[in-house]
Design a protein around this ligand. Sequence first.
Ligand code: ACO
Length: 322
Amino acid sequence: TRRSVLIGTGSALPARIVTNDEMARMVDTSNEWIVERTGITQRHIAGEGETTSTLAIAAARAAIESAGIEPASIDLIVLATCTPDQTFPATATLVQTALGCNGGIAFDVGAVCSGFLYGLGVADSMLRSGMARRALVIGAETMSRLLDWDDRTTCVLFGDGAGAVVLEARESDDPAAPGVLATRLHADGAHNGLLHTDGGASSTGTVGKLRMKGKEVFKHAVTNLADVLREVLEVAEIPAAELDWVVPHQANKRILDGTAKKLGLPIEKVIITVDRHANTSAASVPLALDVAMRDGRIKPGDLVMLEAMGGGFTWGASLLRI
Ligand code: ACO
């Protein structure tokens, strides 16, 4: 059978770091409040000349280099973002031409913080169906440009960045071979009001600002994530205890603790970058994955669960053998 195998990862962050103390000079907040409620100590914020595409291109180049392949061999680019450079064309096409792999498939997916999981699900399906052979799946965001910098309840939570993976279609009948083992995605459009932007090209003619009812989102997040994690483990017929690592969407340290507890997973198995990166939306999962691949925690043969939940609501999880 055909499988999608992870052969490279990469990431990129804007140069500028903004600490909690700097945030406290902009809005009525404090380092103590932010650390205690979220676990965040700093975030990277895009400066002049840094956009979703420049971060995506840097992350993609790093992933391609780690895979040791020619950029021209990429025939599918799926880019997850809610902060595209332009309303159209897709930011994926900017990445494609920068890498010089024109002619294949390139498009964006919009599922906000779950975007990378959605992108991975789509790319995996296309690789397994034979529509493409080598895919670049990218999560890239400049959430700072959607924030209301006067709203202390949201502006302290987010950061900018990008992460990317290269997936390759390979044939194998060995159940222990590397590859994406199972992915499940969900959406529930009833909760638009809890997490959304108050604008868009077709409604207000602007992109709008991010609005969130944090407490309510928090409650849904822990329940939905625990459900989809159990669902993927069941589909893959793998007990939770066999997982080597969980790479979650990095929204809030308390959500990570709550989800791990619900599944009975030790927190040492959870990759955490929210302290340094804050919530980078679709970029957070591939960013955290790249950090843990490069520092040697995640190794070939490991069973790794990726999971995310975000605006929509959307949520999903994917189990991979590295
Ligand atoms: N600094 C200081 N005080 C603040 C701040 C701030 N930055 N923000 C809010 N407060 C105040 C509130 O006004 C409130 O004051 P009050 O009691 O006088 O009304 C108090 O702190 C408590 O606020 P809560 O909202 O109840 O605080 P909570 O413990 O719920 O933490 C938080 C808020 C961090 C937003 C939390 O609810 C959360 O993380 N929710 C999940 C959000 C999330 O993860 N979203 C992303 C998932 S989807 C995605 O990634 C897009």
